[in-house]
Design a protein around this ligand. Structure first.
Ligand code: MG
Length: 336
């Protein structure tokens, strides 16, 4: 198949600044691309890199787009190098979009109906505010329909966090699932203490709700220790920062990881190869956003629906971070 290729960079400001362990993030930059095949079917794609999480930089993605001819082929798309995982995702998902198999309009789709808020049949995970604020603010998320919550740990002194945790598990309704995300911020001793605490509460029948998993307890470089922890405790561990790309995911699988993998489709790389890997190895996955627009979100939710197992909630509860998405994205697409 041959495609006419067009692209345009975008910038969008977060409704409120996003605090990560790499500092504050105010503006999301990415690239919207459009592929028109020989039958004039249009497919949209989005490249939304997060270089500090392990993908290419926006500049590298732009350079790649700029050096491409106006007409490209499947051959070019399916041989994008692994160093450009967000590009692999953007181009391949544009092809899939255009193929019509997702049931979204493509031919002469002037109304850009993909911009209607898309939702998933999978449950969503809601992010609680850090620290004690979680105790008062979970109810708002509950009213919005969230039943799985994520709470950040490794932010404050562990003794204090364990105290809040104790209150939190007795405050949240018993039907909730709680994820504890350390973002690699615990020491080995602290990770042991968290896992031991969760195991111990459960063994004593003192855990009123389900602790779904502890996410990325240790820094990226400490895989062996995380593997050892995952074998020593009942409480599950999910790798997140450690597995930004499909290459890393496959490597840790080979090294014995049978815990949970957090997958960010926007930067993980080729969707077709991800599908193949997930089907082959039946890995336990949690799908998560990279603060993409509705275009990449649609592609990511397709993958999540296909590949999620164990009905795990997905981390796409981010609509409130952006304002007026429809208007600017629609006009950008109309101009492209
Ligand atoms: Mg995480």
């Amino acid at each position: 198949m041959r495609y006419q290729f067009k692209f345009r960079p975008y910038q969008r400001r977060f409704g409120r600044s996003l605090t990560t362990n790499h500092g504050n993030w105010d503006i999301r930059e990415g690239i919207i691309l459009r592929l028109t095949d020989e039958t004039l079917r249009v497919g949209w794609g989005e490249i939304a890199p997060i270089s500090w999480f392990g993908s290419e930089t926006l500049e590298q993605a732009l350079d790649f787009c700029r050096q491409l001819p106006e007409e490209i082929t499947d051959e070019i798309i399916f041989s994008i190098p692994d160093e450009l995982p967000a590009c692999q995702f953007g181009f391949e998902s544009a092809c899939e979009w255009g193929s019509g198999k997702w049931g979204v309009g493509s031919k002469g789709d002037e109304k850009n109906n993909f911009l209607t808020p898309n939702s998933s049949l999978l449950p969503y995970s809601g992010l609680l505010p850090a620290g004690e604020a979680a105790l008062n603010q979970w109810e708002t998320l509950w009213q919005q329909g969230y039943r799985t919550f994520k709470w950040k740990i490794g932010v404050d002194a562990i003794a204090h966090e364990l105290e809040i945790f104790e209150s939190l598990i007795h405050t949240l309704p018993a039907s909730t699932k709680l994820r504890l995300d350390a973002n690699g911020g615990l020491t080995y001793e602290e990770a042991n203490l968290w896992l031991w605490t969760c195991d111990n509460l459960k063994a004593n029948g003192e855990l009123p709700l389900e602790i779904e998993f502890i996410e990325q307890p240790l820094p990226v470089g400490q895989f062996q220790q995380m593997l050892e922890l995952s074998m020593s405790y009942e409480t599950a561990i999910a790798l997140d920062e450690s597995v930004a790309t499909l290459g890393q995911l496959a490597a840790y699988y080979q090294q014995g990881w049978r815990g949970i993998f957090v997958i960010k489709p926007g930067i993980v790389g080729s969707p077709s190869r991800l599908r193949k890997f997930c089907h082959q190895h039946q890995i336990d996955t949690v799908f998560s956003s990279v603060f993409e627009t509705a275009i990449a979100r649609l592609a990511a939710l397709q993958l999540a629906a296909e590949l999620s197992r164990n009905n795990r909630a997905i981390g796409f509860g981010i609509d409130h971070f952006f304002e007026q998405e429809e208007t600017w994205l629609q006009s950008l697409c109309n101009d492209l």
